[in-house]
Design a protein around this ligand. Sequence first.
Ligand code: HEM
Ligand code: HEM
Length: 131
Amino acid sequence: MELPLKFAWASLVYLVIGSTLGIIMILDSTLFRPSHVHILLIGFVGMMIFGVGYHLLPVFAGTDLYSLRLAELHFWMQNIGLLGLAFTMPYRQTSDTAHTGSVVFGLISLAAIYLFAFNVARSIIIPREDK
Ligand code: HEM
Ligand code: HEM
């Protein structure tokens, strides 16, 4: 499957999961609030923007994507980081393991975001040879 579509599918799955969590949170909003927020903002909003961004931003700039392999790596790191965060964040104040998990998955998520920023910036700053 094309990479932008992988991001789009992930985004739709996170929209369904995050919104379902939102309904459950109407009963008690505190515990899962950080999971809800990050599943929807990194998962739904972010993944859609990453996918569309990888496809469109180089087109707008008249360039090619700098590295498809880095973008693939970004996809996996962002998903692993987000799922890890979503499962550990609710318990991070009551369990040392969950706290360490949040830090580790948070760093993976952050590194993934840096990869996206680097890859897109590198793609749109450096013009194609034939331009
Ligand atoms: C069926 C859809 C949704 C339901 C039922 C729902 C429900 C909730 C609930 C109950 C809370 C906790 C509010 C509180 O603490 O009093 C919340 C917080 C939040 N939701 Fe949703 N939500 C939904 C969709 C979304 C979507 C689509 C997004 C973003 C794309 C979103 C972003 C947020 C954010 C950022 C917060 C935290 C707000 C804050 O910090 O005050 N939610 N949501
Ligand atoms: C890079 C990885 C990220 C990490 C490790 C992270 C971590 C955190 C932490 C620890 C909190 C406090 C949660 C709490 O009060 O229990 C938080 C809150 C929040 N984060 Fe993130 N965050 C990340 C990325 C993002 C991104 C990309 C967005 C938006 C696009 C975002 C939106 C928010 C919002 C709206 C809140 C407030 C939630 C609330 O009201 O409960 N975060 N984040």
